[in-house]
Design a protein around this ligand. Structure first.
Ligand SMILES: [Mn+2]
Length: 323
């Protein structure tokens, strides 16, 4: 599988790498690590993301190369590689339109709900991170890991495993992390930048969640809903609402945690987390057109906050055995 991709890549001299909108550490880390590796292999590389690089990942060396999508597909582009993106639609509106007819799309991912879009797929469902898949790919290709590549892969693996806390943290994942440290990752510095420098507005947002969370089903289900307009009232931005679900997920006894956010465009964003392997939140998300992982998934659905919340909570109570 890795070899086939390698030979396809060797036939191209200009390659684009992109990932999903609202990128997380794995999306940025995977885009950057693969982009830098392809450059080291002598390729001309475009790195793109529809929403750009979140501030907390901007320190990664080379991250400035990740640019907004161009107006048109560059004439010299021969291959587009999508990383950490389970569904073509998650690339964003611009990418979908731009690359609808593009003839060579590669899909490298680790989501169990991957729709197998594109012309070449390397999908390893339910592995720790796309960056972990890429670590294995680059090693098999014989790419020498530079510190910037190692930093990017480390950030991808660390953020997708909740700092090596989730069940996806296998011995192989720990070995990979060890090799990345050996390649030069300054683990204290990277972790401080990624986890210990939270903007004031993000703490305001967390306080809002703690003040308004709802706990039900004998303490097994916790959720918070953000009405339209609330973000503006609080002065919080897009990045401040990331990982909010972790604020309620940690409550003792909780098996499922959800955040509902009115996106103010007629759609509701739902983040779902499970703390119990018997509770599959990807299955719940799939029912509403969403997807993700068994323990972490997401939905974007049309409707009012009240309607969407009622439907998704009903499905979640059912999954928990409360009807
Ligand atoms: Mn990922």
């Amino acid at each position: 599988m890795y070899e086939q991709l390698y030979s396809r890549i060797q036939q191209c001299s200009t390659i684009g790498v992109t990932s999903h909108f609202r990128p997380d550490g794995d999306a940025i880390g995977s885009t950057l690590a693969l982009g830098l590796a392809l450059q080291a292999m002598g390729k001309k590389v475009y790195m793109w993301n529809e929403d750009g690089v979140p501030a907390r990942y901007a320190f990664l060396e080379g991250a400035e190369q990740i640019l907004p999508l161009p107006e048109e597909v560059p004439a010299d582009l021969e291959m587009l590689i999508c990383v950490d993106t389970g569904d073509w639609k998650r690339l964003g509106d611009v990418s979908q339109r731009l690359f609808a007819e593009f003839p060579l799309i590669v899909n490298i991912d680790h989501h169990g709900t991957n729709t197998r879009y594109g012309h070449v797929q390397v999908i390893e469902p339910e592995t720790a991170a796309c960056a972990f898949v890429l670590f294995n790919i680059l090693r098999e290709w014989g790419v020498e890991l530079t510190r910037p590549m190692a930093d990017a892969l480390y950030v991808g693996i660390s953020t997708d495993t909740g700092s090596f806390q989730y069940g996806s943290t296998t011995p192989a994942v720990m070995h990979a992390a060890g090799e990345l440290l050996a390649a030069g990752v300054d683990v204290a510095d990277v972790n401080r930048r990624v986890y210990q420098e939270v903007p004031y507005t993000a703490l305001l947002m967390q306080r809002e969640v703690l003040n308004n969370m709802v706990v039900e089903a004998d303490g097994q289900l916790a959720h918070y809903s953000m009405p339209g307009g609330r973000k503006a009232e609080l002065g919080v931005g897009l990045e401040d609402t990331k990982d909010l679900v972790d604020v309620v997920r940690v409550l003792q006894g909780v098996r499922a945690a959800l955040i509902f956010e009115d996106l103010e465009d007629g759609r509701i964003r739902v983040s779902l987390r499970s703390k119990d392997p018997a509770v599959n939140v990807a299955a719940i998300a799939s029912r509403f057109g969403g997807g993700g992982h068994a323990m972490a998934s997401g939905i974007r659905m049309r409707g009012t906050l009240e309607d969407c919340r009622a439907q998704v909570l009903a499905a979640t109570r059912k999954e928990l055995g409360y009807e």
